[in-house]
Structure formats: C-alpha cells, structure tokens
Design a protein around this ligand. Sequence first.
Ligand code: CTP
Length: 401
Amino acid sequence: MSVLKGKRILLGVTAGIAAYKTAWLVRLLVKAEAEVRVVMTPSAKEFVTPLTLSTLSKNEVYSSFTDEEDENARWNNHVELGLWADYLLIAPATANTLAKMANGVCDNLLLAVYLSAKCPVLYAPAMDLDMYKHPSTNATFEKLESFGNIQIPAGHGELASGLVGQGRMAEPEEILNFLEKYIADGLPLRGKKVLITAGPTYEAIDPVRFVGNHSSGLMGYKIAERAADLGAEVTLISGPSHLQLQHALVKIVRVISAQEMLEAVQAHYASAHIGVFAAAVADYRPVAPAKEKIKKTGDTLEIQLEKTQDILGWAGNQKKEQFLVGFALETQNELANAKKKLEKKNLDLIILNSLRDEGAGFKSKTNKVTFIDKNGTILPFELKDKAAVAADILDYIIAQQ
Ligand code: CTP
C-alpha cells in the first residue's frame, strides 16, 4: 500500500510540452489511491485537455476563476482548493509560472491557489536547457526554496527543442517515487521498529486438541497497521488468527504456542524501539501433551497444567530504551489491578479494558479502554472501533517519543 492512500493531491499543470505526461501521472496517483484534483493554467489546455485529466482524476478540472462556458458560472474558490490539498504538486512547472510563484504574481487560478495553499508545495520544473541554466531561473529556485517549496529535479536528456541537456520534467514514475518518499520521510514513526504481539495462543493437549481462548487478534492487527501507516517498521508476532495484513512495512511472524511466541519476541525485542503486547497469551499449558490422540477411555479426564512464561514480564525485565505497552483485561478492581501489572511488568503504559463494559474485550470489533501510564495518569476513552483505539494508542506513544 502506498503512503499516498487517502492523501489529497492538488496537481497544478502549466504550459509545457511535458503536460502530456500528466495524464499518466494522474493515473499513477489514482492507482496509489490518492484523491486527485487538477488545476491548469489557461495555456496548459493547449497541451493536454481538461477532459483527459478530469476523466483520469474522476474530478472536475479547474482552470479559471469562473466556468467560462457556463452562463450560471460558479466561482472556483481558490482558497477552498488550496486548503483542501494535503500536497500541491506543480508538474510540469514552467519558468514562467515558477517566476510568478517566486514573485507573488497572481494572474491565474493556479497562482491564486499556490498563494493560498498552506500545505507542502512540490514542483517539477520543465524547460529548455539554457532556460534551466539561466541565472534568473537559479534565483527563482533559490527564492522558492526559501519559501520551503520542494523541487523535484529535472532530468537530463533530449528536450523538445532537439537539444540535449538538463531541463526535462522528471518522469511521472520518478515524480510519484519522490512524492512517496517525501511523505514517508515526514511520518512520525519513520525509522522506528515496533514489535507487536497479537491473537491467542494454542497450547497442545494432544495432536488435535488444545487449550486456547476467543481472542480474534483484531486489536493487535489494527495497531500493527496503524504503526506501519505512520512509517514504523513493524514485526507482528501473531498467534493463530484468521486475519491477514498486507503492508510493505509489516512482517508477520506466525506462532502457535506461548513458548513459540516467547521465542519470537526474544529474537526481535533487542532491536525494537516500541513494544505493544496485545496478545491474549494462555497463562497455563498442559504439562505433558500426548503424542497420540487421546482416546475417550475414562468417564473423566484430568489434564495437568503448568504456567507459561509471562512474555511481557520478560520484555519488561530486559527493557533498555524500549517504550513498552501492555494490556490488562479485568473484571473487578480494574484500575488497581492494572496499575499493579504496570509496575510488576515494568511498563510505560497499560491499556485497561474492563469486561464489565459492553462492546469491550477480545471478541468484539470495538473496545473501550483506559490508559494508565507510569506516572499514574489515567486517561479514559469512549467506546470506539478497534482501528480508532489503535490510532489513540499510537498517538499517545508518539507524543512520548
Ligand atoms: N502477557 C504476556 N505473556 C503471558 C501473559 C500475558 O505477554 N504469558 C501479556 C499480554 O499480552 C498483556 C498482558 O501481559 O499485554 C496481560 O497481563 P496478564 O498478567 O496476563 O493479565 P491478564 O491476562 O489480565 O491475566 P490475570 O489477570 O489472570 O493475571
């Protein structure tokens, strides 16, 4: 999944021959699941038609302050467009438009949008090699850099004039990669490794039976997905769960028993910056699982259980720089019990869910949680779906980094 998913990209197209490539650029942005709107300078329409770009972007294309062909002309609100965008991308950006941007000239809709946009502005210059090298163009680039605008460098190659040199607009794929990298670099968990446990564990009684619980794994999977969306490199150690998660930044390690989960955590913990232990680990396991299927010979059957190792407790013990988060599922004396667990397991944060709250707990799609941190601060939340709870947890962690 691309970091562009759900992002609002306002593409400004100016009058350079490379404008024909914006059809492909819009297609790539839409494929990456970005929301795309296009603003063109009036002369850009000579190079690529608004119909092409509106069809590909699935949105109306704007090029003037009012819709000239419509008698009931509507005002194309440049402020609203500028504020709508998460990113303003101007490609191709001609020498003319760039010089106007650098000097606050505002004689078309795109320039008005540029002046009113509050979001990051990226631009892909496109011009002939001598124009590109001209001191005036250089001065323009420097001025735009001082405004915080970001240049997507022009490539080297054959230009529309037939000359060979630097000045051709970066290819649509390069623009897309540049934009994705720019967004990814700005994500709050970029460079952080997050270790997450999720799901139940199954403890074998014999080759076909086990001691387990009803955990779906959903809470841990949602935390993993959100952490990855925020730029973290995630290792998700999952007990048996039917859930899937496809994300370039998530590595899933599938385990069955508490012992396997412990070993997987031990292999990944030292390099983690953040640990979130959401698994519902079996507290006990059969002492001696039968090698063969147990036959129903007697009227009763006794299975002796022994304690599994507390994985989170181990992690708390080994903690160095990690920010460590655990869960507590309680039915009585909730706050007091959760605080005890926080201290005993050396956590930074414990997330309490009470089985007394309707819609909370490990079988449900929603959760109602209370955060308790190591300073004793108590933060109760409303009932929310688990994706929203995951967002709250990660926002809290990010604020502590
Ligand atoms: N946990 C763990 N390994 C275990 C048991 C629990 O990592 N063997 C983690 C869980 O993932 C969770 C937290 O510890 O983050 C829960 O703590 P626990 O003491 O097991 O609380 P409860 O499950 O609520 O159990 P109890 O109240 O019965 O002690």
